[in-house]
Design a protein around this ligand. Structure first.
Ligand SMILES: Nc1ncnc2c1ncn2[C@@H]1O[C@H](COP(=O)(O)OP(=O)(O)OP(=O)(O)O)[C@@H](O)[C@H]1O
Ligand SMILES: [Mg+2]
Length: 238
């Protein structure tokens, strides 16, 4: 028996982050079956945000697969536990699958190899790639990257919510704009000085079907034992 058998739920039409304040800034959550881009610089909170979304999905009865270039299975579970996102039971029940990936040695073939691995997981409700940057670090040709995103778009049309984490500077400006426009949701993260503090900012650049939240900026901190805590940002930012 799986967790979803024991806790039958009507699945929601949005993917929640499990954090109400964040969800409200995202127009209630990320639409299911969408292609989501989480973009930002190093240390801006991309992994924490994607982990929060995985946890929120699992709480709502969705199944998930995470492809991580940053962690082993064990270290990812520990990292999530350290911000109060315990997914061990879901992992043991098979509702969550975690795949460590090492793609840099594959060069130009890495995006295609990753897409094939994702296609094996297309029965999952949510697939997260953290991060796709590792797949293009040795790439010499943007064609493979664009094909990867087209493949992700097809997966989302087949009923998977695909969440791709990407470092902003990993792709040239011409191609990053094409990728952004292919995505149904685009979350942009950055760290910024706010008076004395260094805060993290999440800009909801785009969410399909939730025009009112487009452009919303939310400040947050990552607190040990708690996770993403939404904080007020300076009056200057409004
Ligand atoms: N358990 C934790 N306790 C305290 N701070 C944490 C914890 N986990 C993450 N952080 C902090 O949250 C911030 C965002 O980390 P995160 O790993 O999400 O960044 P990232 O954008 O994925 O960076 P990278 O591009 O290097 O992968 C960092 O400052 C990190 O130190
Ligand atoms: Mg990261």
């Amino acid at each position: 028996m799986t967790a979803s058998d024991t806790t039958p739920k009507v699945k929601k039409s949005v993917i929640s982050s499990g954090n109400e304040e964040l969800d409200s800034k995202m127009g209630g959550g990320l639409p299911v079956n969408s292609l989501v881009l989480i973009e930002g610089g190093s240390g801006s909170g991309k992994s924490v945000l994607s982990q929060q979304i995985v946890w929120g999905s699992l709480q709502d009865g969705f199944s998930a697969a995470v492809f991580t270039s940053e962690n082993t299975v064990k270290s990812l579970v520990k990292q999530m536990q350290s911000i109060d996102l315990d997914v061990l039971d879901h992992l043991l029940l098979g509702v969550l699958r975690i795949y460590p990936i090492e793609l840099s040695s594959l060069g130009d073939l890495a995006p295609t190899a990753l897409l094939q691995a994702m296609q094996h997981e297309k029965s999952r409700d949510v697939i997260v790639i953290d991060s796709f940057t590792s797949a293009i670090i040795r790439s010499t040709n943007n064609k493979h990257t664009m094909r990867f995103f087209e493949g992700c778009k097809r997966l989302s049309a087949e009923g998977v919510t695909v969440i791709i984490v990407l470092h902003s500077d990993a792709i040239d400006p011409e191609h990053i704009n094409s990728i952004r426009s292919m995505c149904d949701a685009h979350l942009q993260l950055r760290s910024e000085q706010d008076g004395q503090r260094l805060v993290k900012l999440l800009q909801v650049a785009k969410i399909r079907g939730a025009a009112s939240s487009t452009g919303a900026i939310v400040g947050f901190e990552v607190e040990p034992g708690w996770g993403m805590r939404v904080i007020p940002i300076s009056k200057a930012r409004g």
